[in-house]
Design a protein around this ligand. Sequence first.
Ligand SMILES: NC(=O)c1ccc[n+]([C@@H]2O[C@H](COP(=O)([O-])OP(=O)(O)OC[C@H]3O[C@@H](n4cnc5c(N)ncnc54)[C@H](OP(=O)(O)O)[C@@H]3O)[C@@H](O)[C@H]2O)c1
Length: 237
Amino acid sequence: MHNEVGKGGEKSALLLGASGLVGNHLLQALLADEDYGKVAVLVRRPLAISHPRLTVVETDFDNLDSASEYFAVDDVFCCLGTTIKKAGSQIAFSKVDLEYPLAAARLAAWQDVRSFHAVSSLGADAKSRIFYSRTKGLMEAGLKQSGIPSVHIYRPSLLLGKRKEHRPGEETAAVVSRRLPFLFSGPFRAYKPIPAETVAKAMLAGAQDPEIGFHTHPSKELFQMAEGLLKGDRILT
Ligand SMILES: NC(=O)c1ccc[n+]([C@@H]2O[C@H](COP(=O)([O-])OP(=O)(O)OC[C@H]3O[C@@H](n4cnc5c(N)ncnc54)[C@H](OP(=O)(O)O)[C@@H]3O)[C@@H](O)[C@H]2O)c1
């Protein structure tokens, strides 16, 4: 364990993307989990939250090496992401969704972290013709090569949750899944929109006793993980 003297539990965590929809839920969950004696977050602007077990580090993500000391933890969680519209170009999008996560994994490996947990996406595929899916797939492939003992990839379908910004696709999905839930049954269960909070809970569950190896968790599995019904590839009875 990297954190032997932290108040509360023995474990320590580093979170990237704490100001985002999934990341914020994960931060709340980590702070509520007394097993984590220390939680640090890397952010690009101040975070309006304080907690005795929380360290907020304002970071230049183009120079993540300057924050390398904060990677000396047990578990690293990466919830970074943007949209091409928000980022302004494919290159700027790739920085956030590919370069930064892989830079974080390099530092995490260097600091001998126990496990690395990253949000990817349903449909991630390094060979996809769709730029978004390809970028996510390339991120997954990079993480697979990172040398970190336990890597967990979470592949949510469309996220549900309250945002300050307007995202029409997510808003439509929220209405459809509320009014026509049968659309996401049977073979289409895999596409069921998923609350960001459920993804965060699944990530925390994945870190509870992270199995060695490279694990990808499809969206429908995240519902089970979040409820504690699934550990690794095993259904718990
Ligand atoms: N939206 C969906 O339906 C959906 C579906 C499947 C998978 N995903 C994936 O799930 C992940 C989490 O999504 P989310 O909706 O929770 O994301 P989000 O709310 O947009 O939050 C993204 C996080 O990344 C940070 N970030 C963005 N650009 C950055 C930059 N240039 N430098 C440093 N930090 C930056 C944001 O920080 P700031 O607050 O400073 O901007 C924020 O903390 C993403 O990887 C996304 O691609 C999303």
